[in-house]
Write a protein that binds this ligand. Structure first.
Ligand code: ATP
Ligand code: MG
Length: 389
């Protein structure tokens, strides 16, 4: 009996185990099946993407009659095209649309802000690295920038009541490595205004065919979210006087520039939108951008004086472990003609020398040697750039 009973028990147990294992295996296979299906779907969708021909993006410049549009392609040619029957949304002159490649039939509108999310250029004024205290030897220049940009933004009514038109923007100009970009960056941290940052050279390289539109979109955004400061770094990349050589790249830069001028003219000085731009080539800038009513205030950022050099050295060595014999006054005096960027290099170099010599502190001699190293590097660099020109 007993044995029989336990045999039945065993069989039952065995069956249960088998059942459990099979169910488990079933579930696992089902799950795997699902996964494989998802993978297949994913690759099918990917394949579909590769099979779909690219669409063109164009701009509607006229709507002569129902079902038709005149569009301007990025290469500037205009076409009269049909609007697809599938097209449901409203269409207006100035809209960006996508066109089928062969027939150029208008398939859909496309929001430019989706192509170039403006948010990528808007800097939120929090957690930014550069602050006013990171900039040495430029207190007067910084004061001017604040006066021109921030006062009218904070108290536009004072200007309105007095009937005074504040400048629309400032241009920081001067030799390379002197702190121009640094000033604009610090402004982003310390202002309460919306801050939009654009780099001239990027505008030219990244947005071929679309630079002008991006400028338009940005100014629209700026007006909507005012008070706003628009920072254009390396302005010379889009605003240089040029000999028209007729290449499409040139024309594109020219159009971006014209759009920029148009936008600057378009807003009122009291619109609460201000521009800060930088260049180290004011000599090549198109005068059109410097005229009154545009970037009329020019602030020169020069190489630092001896006193300025000391301030900058203090900033860049503030976190370094200096030995007692370090005399930064002497270093500042000897680093004749160094700009901010070279003074930073000098401080780093002194640090390296101490590490190389297995020292726990950086000595005055390290700094003196570093002056020579940075100076030699600069000379080689200059030699190289000159021989290439
Ligand atoms: N006045 C300064 N005070 C402190 N650091 C400076 C100063 N000027 C330059 N530097 C250092 O040099 C670096 C480069 O400076 P910045 O980018 O502001 O130069 P720039 O004037 O914009 O040059 P460019 O005309 O070549 O664009 C800064 O990141 C900073 O480390
Ligand atoms: Mg710069």
């Amino acid at each position: 009996m007993d044995t029989n009973g336990s045999t039945t028990d065993k069989t039952q147990n065995y069956n249960e185990n088998i059942h459990y294992a099979i169910t488990h295996e079933n579930m696992r296979l089902e799950e795997e099946n699902k996964n494989l299906k998802r993978t297949v779907q994913f690759y099918q969708a990917e394949l579909e993407k590769f099979r779909t021909p690219p669409f063109l993006v164009s701009e509607v410049i006229a709507l002569p009659k129902e079902g038709q549009a005149v569009v301007k392609l990025p290469n500037q040619s205009n076409f009269l095209v049909q609007i697809s029957n599938e097209f449901k949304s409203e269409i207006n002159v100035g809209d960006s649309v996508i066109n089928e490649q062969k027939s150029l039939v208008v398939m859909d509108t496309i929001e430019l802000s989706k192509l170039f999310p403006i948010e990528n250029y808007v800097i939120v004024n929090k957690n930014l690295k550069t602050s006013w205290s990171d900039i040495g030897g430029l207190s007067k220049e910084i004061e001017k920038v604040q006066e021109v940009l921030e006062k009218p933004l904070q108290n536009p009514e004072i200007f309105r009541e007095l009937g005074v038109q504040p400048p629309k923007g400032v241009l920081l100009h001067g030799p390379p490595g002197t702190g121009k970009t640094l000033i604009a960056k610090a402004l982003a941290k310390h202002t309460n205004a919306t801050y939009i940052e654009l780099v001239g050279s990027e505008l030219v390289q990244k947005f071929i065919g679309e630079g002008a539109k991006l400028v338009k979109e940005l100014f629209e955004y700026a007006r909507k979210h005012s008070p706003t400061i628009i920072f254009i770094d390396e302005l010379d990349a889009i605003a240089s006087r040029r000999i028209e050589n007729g290449t499409s790249g040139e024309r594109e830069v020219q159009r971006t520039f014209m759009q920029l001028l148009g936008e600057i003219d378009g807003f009122n000085p009291l619109d609460n939108v201000k521009i800060i731009a930088t260049t180290n080539r004011i000599d090549v800038l198109d005068e059109a951008i410097l005229r009154p009513g545009r970037l009329e205030r020019h602030i020169e950022i020069n190489k630092p004086s001896e006193e300025g050099r000391l301030e900058i050295l203090n900033i860049h060595t503030s976190t370094m472990k200096l030995s007692k014999d370090v005399n930064l006054e002497e270093i500042a005096r000897k680093a004749v003609d160094f700009n901010g960027s070279e003074l930073k290099a000098l401080s780093t170099e002194a640090g390296y020398l101490a590490i190389k010599g297995n020292k726990k502190e950086i000595s005055n001699q390290n700094f003196l040697d570093a002056i020579e190293i940075v100076r030699r590097e600069e000379e080689t660099h200059e030699l190289l750039t000159h021989s290439f020109h």
